[in-house]
Design a protein around this ligand. Sequence first.
Ligand code: SF4
Length: 322
Amino acid sequence: MSNTLLKVSGLKKSFSIPDGMFGKKKTLKAVHDVSFMIPEGKTFSLVGESGCGKSTTGRLINRLIAPNQGEIWLDGDEISGKKESQLKTMRKKVQMIFQDPYASLNPRMKVRDIVAEPLAIHTKLSRAERYKQVAEILEVVGLSEYHANRYAHEFSGGQRQRIGIARALILKPRLIIADEPVSALDVSIQAQILNLLKDLQAEFNLTYLFISHDLSVVEHISDHIGVMYLGTIVESGPKEVIFSNPQHPYTKALLSSIPIPDPRLRRERIILQGDLPSPVNPPAGCRFHTRCPVATEACKGTEPALKKAGTDDHFVACHLVE
Ligand code: SF4
């Protein structure tokens, strides 16, 4: 049994945003009572539509922003209430891989300086020692020392994401938060990057929080999946259970949109009506009831809690699931 590296409990985050003119404000509830844990060396994926709060959850765990409520335990250390000056150790343990490899790399810096920058910030290594480590990590991600002296714009999208991964790895982190790391890449390149992330996880015992809008992308890499809707997790479970026995109507709809590669097989597509409601004014009762194809009157009254559904690790928030 692996140790728990990350434990998140009752996490909440809201933002005060402008409400028209005259300086009025309204509250956007981005994350609403999110809890999960990730054992060391495993991958937990957060999946849901754009605007469901998954990226905000990643930023909370990386403490780029502070939660309003809830706890974040990293490697036995409670980090949710710490000030920036107390987060230096945590910053070395948690690194991010971003969605857009074009935007996340400084165009004015050579690759060796982009990748070496975290070492310059967090260690006392000499420049020569930093560059030696850069050369080694570039080899690990499938590039070479030859690439270190070039600028980011000289690379393809896949190569740029490899540079981003090298930068994330250079401090030997324990947890990597990968926020839509392949969604800006061509499908063939996506597979290469996902395979690379899998290989790196096996080699360095990395733990991943993988964030994606696409269930088909996380199938390959996940051990456990949490499906998010409007700031909250509506279903979570081992990958095999989520894919073979989804219980929440939203998870079923997401799965039904994944194409099946065999043309002889057909899957009935569930089309959800309408858009994701505004997190400024989420629906009362079950947050999904305005789009749920099987909603009942009762769904408008009470918000369903996450409860066990069958196997030990499978949880669903739906009044219709026993
Ligand atoms: Fe649909 Fe009701 Fe279940 Fe919510 S509680 S997912 S509205 S059936």
